[in-house]
Design a protein around this ligand. Structure first.
Ligand code: NAP
Length: 547
């Protein structure tokens, strides 16, 4: 920690309402942050672009949307009564249930009064002299706040395809990450889905059931594991609730935010039979986790030969499920397994056995245009009533870059991150005092159970603000050296794995021109938490605190 002294207190702009903190976003992160800051006695304004609370779970209303992490582990742990009173109904809760939960939390803790909906923050500009952030919105709001906390989400800036004519389509267009509030009926319609990531894999089976005909445009096949979703076992729910403190602790100390037995053996150290028996047990176990296939052996994510054993097991299952061998071949991924985000599906491969579902190879015959009546590839014209874009996000940095964030001396965050995000712990940025990014780039975030990582950041930020207040500190700012070193470490940790070898949004390759770096920290949730706690225990080592 470095301490300096600085004059402060110059008011910022006449019309700006002065408050203690602005939180951008009212999803799981923003709402929790609001609650914690209020407990500290701070005045807080939350701005939320959506028409309701919930962030991801407000926007992703497409049929089939559900979280990939068990309900009992994907929820807030901050209030023992809340975690006891809420009853989950499914192993992997669907979007409507998650939204009900989030709204229940908002009511229970009276959070709504500090949230302004349908309001997009457009700029956040730091006033050096006043040591305050001036925040403006698309609705003309202007506030001046000591703290600016970005709870903008990692997957909240939807990305469309880079093909011309999108606006010319006369039918209905949807992006899975920006789904309408009203129910959408696909009965009797000819529907296209572009994209076969987590969103596409969830939406495809349900749209297929409703539509007259569904055409799926797949550019890269994904490894899709059976979700094994089912009604929650009441005994399981009771058991977890009876030992929630211990369960939470184990999740926090784990690699991915979901406690798993620690692997001790490499996949190549056991016989093929033993390996396949393990893979089959995960495939068939209705209680397995998103990460179960990744965490059984020590080397799945680090050794290509080991990785291939899991990959081949899944390819074999695809061939068993899909009756047309040509379609099965197209659905069988050729690349590494698990270094793109693992995908869980329900009836996904089975859906391709329907007569009214067609799979188009958008790698061999790429999409070239959206037309008034449908889509064109290099080989064919298609007519559709509806197009669903399941084409993903400008992940990790997209939502932050959408805001004009300017720190000391008017320096732009977008420009600072032109070659990739540079952060200290994924929490803070040099030159941007008192600005915190919840699950920001350079933290485990998307490589973890988000509920665990969000709470860790919210708690860390709350503690930091509390310490600042009691020590009479006005600003906390990441130091450039610490930030450089951390960012280098994030990259090196990624390089020790197979992640950088594959194109994915984890490395930014889905957005043309986006720097190819590792956007999340793969060092593990538990180790990362220890590092953050140590930084705090050492008096915020790597931060400059100014009186
Ligand atoms: P995504 O994983 O980035 O998938 C986007 C898909 O669109 C890919 O299949 C991509 O193909 C395809 N695509 C993009 N441009 C295309 C084009 N011009 N032609 C054909 N295909 C094109 O996005 P996502 O499915 O929305 O998922 C993003 C992340 O959100 C997930 O990885 C996950 O972390 C999260 N998520 C989670 C859940 C859950 O918990 N269940 C559900 C949904 C999303 P290429 O692969 O060839 O680029």
């Amino acid at each position: 920690m470095t301490t300096t002294s600085q004059h402060s207190g110059i008011p910022t702009g006449k019309e700006a309402r002065e408050i203690d903190a602005v939180v951008v976003g009212a999803g799981l992160a923003g709402l929790h942050m609001l609650h914690k800051l209020r407990e500290l006695g701070l005045s807080v304004q939350v701005y939320e672009a959506g028409g309701g609370l919930g962030g991801t779970w407000y926007w992703n209303r497409y049929p089939g949307a559900r979280v990939d992490v068990k309900s009992m582990y994907y929820n807030y742990s901050f209030d023992p009564e809340l975690e006891q009173e809420w009853e989950w109904t499914e192993k992997l809760p669907p979007q409507p249930e998650l939204l009900r939960y989030i709204n229940h939390v908002a009511d229970r803790f009276d959070l709504r009064k500090d949230v302004q909906l349908r309001t997009r923050v457009t700029s956040a500009v730091y006033d050096d002299a006043a040591a305050r952030w001036r925040i403006t919105t698309d609705r003309g709001d202007a506030v001046s706040a000591r703290f600016a906390i970005m709870a903008t989400g990692c997957l909240s800036a939807p990305k469309m395809v880079e093909i011309p004519g999108i606006e010319t389509f006369r039918g209905r267009s949807f992006h899975t990450g920006n789904w309408p509030e009203q129910d959408v009926d696909f009965t009797g319609r000819r529907v296209a889905v572009i994209g076969t990531g987590s969103s596409g894999v969830q939406v495809i089976p349900l749209v297929a059931e409703a539509a007259a005909a569904l055409t799926v445009f797949q550019r890269t096949a994904n490894y899709v594991l059976p979700a094994g979703n089912h009604a929650i076992d009441p005994e399981f729910q009771r058991d977890i609730k009876s030992r929630y403190r211990e369960v939470r602790k184990a999740n926090r100390e784990s690699s991915f935010g979901i406690a798993r037995p620690v692997a001790t053996t490499g996949a190549l150290e056991v016989s093929e039979d033993e390996r396949n028996a393990f893979y089959r047990s995960v495939w068939e176990d209705k209680d397995s986790e998103l990460v179960s296939m990744l965490t059984g052996y020590t080397d799945t994510l680090t050794d290509e030969v080991a990785n291939e054993t899991a990959a081949q097991f899944i390819r074999d299952r695809i061939a068993e499920i899909v009756s047309d061998p040509a379609v099965a071949r197209l659905l069988q991924p050729s690349g590494l397994f698990g270094v793109k985000r693992p995908v869980l599906g329900t009836n996904y491969y089975e859906t391709y056995n329907r007569d009214d579902v067609r799979l188009v190879d958008a790698a061999a015959t790429p999409l070239t245009a959206v037309t008034a009546s449908g889509l064109e590839t290099t080989h064919e014209s298609f007519e559709f009533d509806d197009i669903i874009y399941a084409t993903g996000y400008d992940a990790m940095t997209g939502a932050l870059a959408a805001i004009d964030i300017r720190g000391r001396g008017g320096a732009s965050l977008r420009e600072k991150w032109a070659d990739g995000p540079v952060t200290y712990l994924g929490l803070a940025v040099a030159g941007f005092p008192n600005l915190f990014t919840i699950t920001g780039p350079g933290s485990p975030s998307v490589l973890s159970n988000m509920a665990v990582s969000i709470e860790q950041h919210v708690d860390w930020i709350t503690d930091a603000i509390e310490v600042m207040r009691s020590a009479g500190v006005t600003t906390m700012e990441a130091e450039s050296d610490a930030e450089q070193e951390w960012t280098r470490h994030v990259g090196e940790a990624g390089d020790m794995t197979l992640y950088p070898k594959v194109d994915s949004w984890y490395v930014g390759s889905n957005v043309p021109g986006k720097p190819r770096v590792m956007y999340a920290y793969i060092g593990g949730v538990g180790a990362y938490r220890e590092k953050c706690d140590q930084v705090a225990a050492d008096g915020y080592d790597g931060f400059t605190l100014t009186q």
